[in-house]
Design a protein around this ligand. Structure first.
Ligand SMILES: [Zn+2]
Ligand SMILES: [Zn+2]
Length: 160
């Protein structure tokens, strides 16, 4: 894993990308991904669409819709992930969260993320390229994960 350092000084150079998820319907996305539209896939995808900053497995399993349906939830998550609709990321607390892949975010593996250490809010930093990493001879790169930890604007305002 590669972690970004000294990013605070470049923080003013980019605009935070706000995703317009309200334009997506779960049913459309399932169809486009060639997935059969089932009740649970639809419910799950709709929840992830309406949570642009990600949802953890416990957020989902404790929700009213999925209470008592853990296996169904687990399977639906795998289906959506395999179909390229959602992706797993880690927030500042190390918790795995599920985020929708949109035309703006593309793959979340292609850009860094910011996660607030107080509220775990996650945003995509799509304007920043991941650092190019030169590895020693004989090593191959598979993935670069760049997570910027800090405080979001709301948390900064509460401690000011
Ligand atoms: Zn925060
Ligand atoms: Zn992202």
């Amino acid at each position: 894993m590669v972690y970004c350092n000294n990013v605070a000084n470049i923080a003013t150079q980019f605009n935070v990308t706000k995703m317009h998820l309200e334009n997506f319907s779960a049913e459309d996305l399932l169809r486009k991904a060639n997935l059969k539209v089932t009740k649970w896939r639809k419910v799950l995808l709709q929840k992830i669409i309406s949570s642009p900053n990600g949802l953890s497995y416990s957020d989902l399993s404790q929700s009213t819709e999925f209470e008592g349906h853990r296996v169904t939830l687990y399977r639906a998550l795998i289906d959506l992930e395999e179909a390229g609709l959602i992706e797993k990321l880690r927030d500042a607390s190390g918790t795995i969260i599920y985020m929708l892949i949109t035309s703006e975010s593309k793959s979340h593996k292609l850009h860094p993320h910011f996660s607030c250490r107080m509220c775990n809010y996650v945003i995509c930093l799509t304007d920043i390229n991941l650092p190019s990493v030169v590895l020693p001879a004989g090593y191959t790169k598979e993935q670069v994960i760049c997570l910027v930890y800090g405080l979001c604007d709301k948390c900064n305002a509460t401690i000011a």
